[in-house]
Design a protein around this ligand. Structure first.
Ligand code: NAD
Length: 531
């Protein structure tokens, strides 16, 4: 394990519960921030992945069989571990990803403590079996109960942009619900992934949480292995590959994919708040955020004022200090290409532009868009670029916002809250915020989900439990009668009962219903006597 083990408040030195990754494999060796060396990571080979899944498979029934209260008590300890290692976590994410320490602390530490509180406080109620209401006349003596069972072994495959928060959002509820998890962090942020796994050291029985390290090969091996569910956050292209692998094995997958979020600005908005909010929504983590604002549609009446203020605020930001550096050269190349293509079709850079050659500190950039027929407006850019489009009306803004294959989050900026809600209903997005953007991923009770190519997974909140559990319906029958109405033999009396029931339920109007009830009063006892 690369990262240090955590120790419990005054407790014994925790023992590692996961297997060491094996076999050397290339991972980024240097920090995107300053080129300083990062610690070595060992990749897990294909056999190692299969062995990790087998260990998880073996451990899972015992873990699911523990008392839920015991699992809650164990996982409650995570909060103290996360908070006591706040600086270590923020510093590692800062060095490995290149995001400012402030952002690392705010996005990768604090919401995780809230996650622990939320799930440990609510899981008992959320997993409580529910009794199904059954009509005593049609189903005499029967009691039905819906239980929520753990899925089994879950493969968790995550990206590099929020390397601590994203895995924890799934790990905590998945483990509380009684699953075992095999976790593969992004190869770009393998050390942060190891740190996440180390937070659980000594808390879980061996095999309940397995860490495997590696790139696409390890991910593909894991997605195609003997798991019961794949929970994936990452790009659309990889998400489609995972969906195919899961279809081959007929196991479900949860996909949280890319975005091209729109911000709709109405003429009556609070100008200063809107400009500040949009700048943050576009440039936090240098736009390497699935919910980054990547399109602004502003009503003409306020467009000049908004653009002027957005440009002024943007020019005050220090690239690489207030905004993250881009985490990879590949990402930097994509962002450059998108900006260059937009410029070649007549768009104009109002602030920023491009980084110095060889630097990943891409300056926050505002672009006035001339034509939307360009990758900057169609594909996910995942960089610090804020494209602005002027529209004539809110209706036009909604139509343009919805004209995308993505549908993750969107925001509406207006002082008319009712108008904001009306627009929210018409937007094709999993999350809509009025006068804010993107931060709701940090609210553990709020579902985070998308439509279209943003995927169908749900993270956070009670709905997320549908990913990590499956319903099991158990019916008990205390009816002591010899047989049910609908069992053999099929007779003319049964036929009369069946059609009588259809009439009694409203098939022939009010008087037909009354007549049917009387005919059933004689037919049903006959049937129960064997007729
Ligand atoms: P990616 O798809 O390249 O990689 C994601 C993970 O998949 C990594 O762990 C990678 O090793 C693994 N992987 C790669 N090929 C694989 C394969 N064939 N089979 C199985 N696993 C494989 O994505 P990325 O570049 O790490 O992340 C950026 C993307 O993630 C962006 O599109 C972003 O919008 C998206 N994202 C979405 C959300 C959300 O909540 N919707 C959150 C964060 C990031």
């Amino acid at each position: 394990m690369d990262s240090d083990s955590a120790s419990d408040e005054g407790g014994e030195e925790p023992k590692p519960t996961r297997a060491e990754p094996e076999a050397a494999s290339p991972f980024p060796a240097a920090s995107p921030l300053d080129g300083s060396a990062l610690s070595a990571v060992k990749a897990t080979g294909e056999e190692g992945v299969a062995a990790a899944v087998a260990r998880a498979r073996k451990a899972q029934p015992g873990w699911a069989g523990t008392d839920l209260r015991e699992r809650i008590d164990l996982l409650s300890k995570l909060k103290g571990r996360i908070l006591s290692r706040a600086e270590e976590i923020a510093d590692l994410v800062h060095r490995e990803c290149g995001k400012p320490v402030e952002e690392a602390a705010l996005a990768e530490v604090l919401p995780n403590a809230d996650l622990v509180d939320y799930w440990t406080a609510s899981i008992e109620e959320l997993l409580e079996p529910s009794t199904l209401e059954l009509d005593a006349l049609s189903y005499p003596g029967k009691v039905g109960v819906v239980h929520r069972e753990a899925r089994g072994v879950i493969a968790l495959i995550t990206p590099w942009n929020y390397p601590v928060a994203i895995p924890l959002r799934s790990l905590i509820p998945a483990l509380l619900a009684g699953n075992a998890v095999v976790f593969k962090p992004s190869e770009i942020t393998a050390r942060s992934g190891a740190l996440v796994a180390s937070l659980f050291d000594g808390l879980l029985p061996a095999g309940v949480l397995e860490l495997v390290q590696g790139g696409g090969d390890a991910g593909a091996a894991l997605a195609g292995s003997d798991v019961d569910l794949v929970v994936f956050t990452g790009s659309v292209a990889t998400g489609k590959r995972i969906a195919v692998a899961c279809a081959e094995r007929l196991v479900p997958c949860s996909l949280e994919l890319g975005g091209k979020d729109a911000a709709i600005v109405l003429a009556d908005c609070n100008l200063e708040r809107t400009a500040q909010g949009i700048v943050w929504g576009a440039f936090t983590n240098a736009g390497q955020n699935c919910a980054s604002i990547e399109r602004v549609y502003v009503e003409r009446a306020i467009a000049d004022k908004l653009t002027e203020r957005v440009v002024a605020i943007t020019k005050e930001l220090r690239p690489g200090v207030d905004t993250a550096v881009l985490t990879t050269q590949r990402q930097c190349d994509i962002v450059r290409r998108h900006v260059a293509a937009a410029l070649s079709s007549g768009s104009e850079v109002l602030a920023g532009g491009a980084p110095e050659e060889g630097s990943l500190a891409f300056p926050p950039t505002v672009v006035k868009i001339a034509s939307e027929d360009t990758p900057l407006m169609k594909d996910e850019t995942f960089g610090p670029i804020l494209p602005i489009v002027v529209v004539e009306s809110a209706d036009e803004a909604v139509a343009r916002a919805n004209d995308s294959r993505f549908g993750l989050t969107a925001s509406v900026w207006t002082k008319r809250i009712n108008k904001g809600h009306e627009i929210a209903k018409r937007l094709r997005a999993g999350v809509v915020t009025i006068n804010n953007h993107g931060f709701t991923a940090a609210l553990p009770g709020a579902p985070w989900t998308g439509t279209g190519e943003s995927g169908h997974g749900v993270t956070n909140g009670p709905h997320a439990l549908s990913e990590f559990t499956r319903p099991r319906f158990v019916l008990e029958d205390r009816n002591g009668g010899k047989r049910e109405l609908w069992w053999y033999p099929y007779t003319p009396v049964l036929r009369a009962v069946a059609f009588g029931m259809a009439k009694a339920r409203g098939g022939t109007g009010f008087f037909g219903r009354i007549a049917a009830v009387f005919s059933l009063l004689s037919a049903v006892p006959k049937r129960l006597m064997g007729g």
